[in-house]
Ligand binder design. Structure first.
Ligand code: ADP
Ligand code: MG
Length: 442
């Protein structure tokens, strides 16, 4: 509408020509550099409109959007075919994103570049632009919560957006291990063949937190072959880890040397400016505004980890919503007193365990504390109980209280279930091991 009125005013059109020619038009869609404008019927004289109004509309659009678009007038039946052409593309992109195991939020657009990650970011972009050609493998390392996973997903999104047909697969090394354990346990060749087909018939493999395969001989062995197969066929491999290859003490030598074949990039802790920029970006993405002083307070006090930085903001928002209080520095101090503590060393608390378990299983911490009974929640809840009992000195009663006012016998029961499960199942043992390392990185 704004476009059309701009045209009307600038060209001093009479009310009659405006309502005859322009008013019925609507913007159908925008694709790359073209704005498609729908002419509701053939009778309207598409040729006339296009001759007379293409330029004025173009100018008006450029004025309003600041971009130079081409414009094309279309009739309803063309509109349908455009929609049809767009649809499969869109849905197949979504399907590809799902098949690749990607978080839709982790893209280059939402990734803030700062001094701590600019090299890793540039390397990731280069790989995303020409997968398999330049740096293979790309090895990204850095501490917990600094953006490795986000960056890996960004590469995958970028590749799929350019070509949704590319076979991209993101897995954690834990998932890789568990699938391998299952395939071996199945004991037949088809299971193993399926596993190999899955990991070798792809164009881009992203394997996250490779440190968790250290010490697992058969997994290292299988991954070695997967790596060789893909690399030999010029397929892109992207690996993340908490340490550079040379510091991965018990990593098999032949794997270590392969990890060093390509490009190694690190991500370190963000400086103050980058922390501010990340908080502002999150504000923008979540659609709220917070007083600058509060943002500064958080950025000053939470230094090492971006996940905690975001967590602090979430916690503050939740706190203010629940208590119906305005967000200011005083409220931030109160809401964040557990997170912002004078001693830097992180204590292992039940809350930390709950947060990490929830993130690991892609559920919310509240779900673990809550009462839902579906298996996607019950199992992580029992795992959290087990880990709280095992890794903290917190009395069972207090753990129970934190976990939605449950009785201490419920905690014992949950923890025992997991203890039994660990004896029975290699997958569970692996998962617990991975979680313990996430909670208490060496
Ligand atoms: P890692 O895999 O290194 O443990 P993640 O990639 O999971 O860390 O990042 C933790 C959180 O911090 C995620 O929510 C991620 O979106 C966010 N994050 C990390 N780095 C950035 C960044 N540079 N810009 C924006 N968000 C970031
Ligand atoms: Mg990660």
């Amino acid at each position: 509408d704004e476009i059309l009125y701009t045209v009307k005013i600038e060209h001093e059109l009479s009310e009659v020509s405006f309502s005859t020619w322009l008013k019925p038009l609507t913007v159908h869609s925008i694709q790359e550099n073209t704005v498609y404008i729908l002419v509701p019927s053939q009778q309207m004289g598409l040729n006339y409109i296009s001759k007379k109004y293409t330029l004025p509309i173009k100018v008006a659009i450029a004025e309003i959007t600041g971009r130079n678009y081409d414009i094309e007038f279309i009739l309803p039946d063309q509109a349908q075919s455009i929609e049809a052409a767009q649809k499969p593309a869109a849905s197949s992109l979504n399907e590809s994103i799902e098949r690749a195991n990607l978080n839709p939020k982790y893209t280059f657009d939402t990734f803030v570049v700062g001094g701590n990650n600019n090299f890793a970011h540039a390397a990731s972009l280069a790989v995303a632009e020409s997968p398999g050609e330049m740096y293979n493998p790309l090895f990204i390392y850095g501490g917990v919560g600094l953006g490795k996973t986000h960056l890996m997903h960004s590469i995958a999104h970028f590749i799929l957006e350019r070509n949704p047909e590319t076979r991209v697969l993101y897995v954690t090394s834990e998932a890789f291990t568990n699938e391998l354990i299952e395939a071996i346990r199945n004991g037949n060749n088809t299971a193993m063949t399926k596993f190999r087909e899955k990991y070798r018939n792809i164009d881009v493999l992203l394997i996250d937190d490779i440190q968790f395969i250290i010490g697992k001989e058969s997994t290292q062995e299988e991954f070695f072959h997967t790596f060789n197969d893909l690399h030999g066929n010029k397929k892109q491999i992207i690996i993340s880890s908490d340490k550079p290859p040379k510091e991965m003490a018990t990593l098999e030598g032949r794997l270590r040397s392969r990890f060093e074949w390509g490009l190694i990039a690190d991500i370190s802790s963000p400086d103050y400016e980058t922390r501010m920029a990340i908080l502002r970006k999150k504000e923008e993405l979540d659609g709220y505004t917070i007083d600058d002083e509060v943002i500064k307070y958080i950025a000053t006090n939470i230094k090492s980890n971006i996940r905690e930085l975001e967590g602090a903001l979430n916690k503050l928002m939740a706190f203010s919503n629940l208590e119906k209080r305005e967000i200011n520095v005083a409220l931030a101090e109160e809401a964040l007193k557990d997170i912002i503590s004078p001693d830097e060393k992180k204590e292992i608390t039940p809350q930390l365990i709950i947060d990490i378990v929830a993130e690991h299983f892609h559920i919310k911490p509240e779900d673990i504390k809550g009462n839902k009974r579906n298996s996607e929640i019950v199992l992580p809840r029992q795992i959290a109980m087990y880990l709280c009992r095992d890794m903290t000195e917190t009395p069972l009663k207090a753990i129970g209280n934190l976990m939605g006012k449950r009785d201490h016998t419920t905690i014992i029961h949950g923890a025992e279930k997991i203890t039994k499960e660990i004896e029975k199942s290699d997958t569970m043992r692996n998962t617990i091991e991975v979680l313990k390392k996430k909670i208490s990185p060496s």
